[in-house]
Design a protein. Structure first.
Length: 146
């Protein structure tokens, strides 16, 4: 359920320009292409192999599952903090910008800073709870198993 919620969450992030938003927020060169490769293409392969590994009781799969529960599961709450952080790049300009960051051209970086946009939203916020809830439940159940 955590992975299913995560995949839905990744769709929202992609549609709402998560990578360019993070680039503007933290001044990092994260392109849409690299976001898609990591989260929409490589991620699902890892999740599938992890589920097979858990089924066949391969120990490393348990480690990866914990990473999924903690990372994409619990850590998704950060989406609710991001609108409160002023972006590194032009925080007072509400319009999307295009800029070179460390030599990489990042196009159409939106600004989700609450004080500028007066809208409390950051890309991925509405679906962030989808991987969080089952991830937290899984951690709770695994810790109480003994």
């Amino acid at each position: 359920m955590t992975v299913a919620g995560l995949q839905i969450h990744i769709v929202e992030e992609y549609l709402m320009d998560f990578a360019p938003s993070m680039s503007r927020l933290f001044g990092i060169p994260w392109s849409e292409k690299s976001f898609l490769i990591v989260f929409a293409l490589v991620g699902p392969v890892i999740y599938t192999l992890t589920s097979l590994g858990l089924y066949y009781k391969i120990p490393i799969a348990g480690f990866v599952a914990w990473f999924i529960f903690i990372g994409p599961g619990v850590a998704e709450f950060t989406h609710f903090i991001f609108p409160l952080i002023p972006p590194d790049l032009m925080p007072k300009d509400p319009d999307p910008i295009t800029a070179f960051i460390d030599g990489t051209k990042i196009k159409d970086m939106p600004n989700f800073y609450f004080k500028t946009t007066h809208s409390y939203y950051f890309t991925g916020m509405w679906t962030a709870v989808l991987p969080m809830v089952p991830g937290c439940i899984a951690i709770y159940r695994l810790l109480l198993k003994d």
